[in-house]
Design a protein around this ligand. Sequence first.
Ligand code: DND
Length: 242
Amino acid sequence: MAILRGDLPDLGKDRDRTYRLGIMGGTFDPIHNGHLVCAECAFDALGLDMVVFMPAGSPAFKQDKRVSSGEDRYAMTLLATSDNPHFIASRFEVDRAGVTYTADTLQLLRKIYPDNVDFYFITGADAIAEVVAWRDADKVAELAHLVGATRPGYDLAHAETAIERSPYKFDVTYLEVPALAISSSYLRGRVREGKSLRYLTPDPVTGYIHKHQLYGARASRYGAGEGSFGVLAGEGRTDGQA
Ligand code: DND
């Protein structure tokens, strides 16, 4: 299989040091400030060199759900990350055929990067308990450190028990990020109801959603309107309502 370096950051050149590459995987339907804050906190706390945001091409756990196209999710991810010098949006998973498994991604990245580049897969702490059941979880444990972002006051017992009981040796760092009870489904619901997304996701993402009529949004003739950004609830495309 040909491996495209494409849009991945060029790390590992200085053989006298170790590099830390953060990987923020997600469906990102749409990407929001929770994802961005989570990645920024991981960047700071773990001394990462870069964080690559990778929208999943065909998300493994969402085969029975409707998800916006990879192109739309990638475009929104690109818009959301474009003003941060240590964030990069990558097409690495979007361009891969078939169901997107994280273990496959990590194995391909391991072939691309020299061994002085370590991988830190960033995820919400809620998802840590599920990682043990991911396809080829042993490979995930072997190839990446995990970063589990928690909210203040979040009970880690479920995640810790799952990791302890796993036959594979996961290296997990838990990281408290500011309370952000934001989710992609919450944003989609707001769009359908004609409500503002301001302060929940970067404005260019909101603009993209309305321009491309995602999640039931309908662009007005003159673009975004005040507050509701010109959305009419319940109209327009229906994809991405998973
Ligand atoms: P999601 O569908 O949960 O992404 O997928 C997360 C990653 O797991 C993707 O890279 C998937 O390919 C991978 N995965 C999932 C299932 C199975 C397998 C792999 C497999 O290989 O078998 P979302 O867009 O919903 O969220 C992206 C990330 O952001 C998640 O880690 C989520 O927990 C986290 N997140 C937040 N973190 C902090 N504050 C918030 C958050 N909302 C979501 N408010």
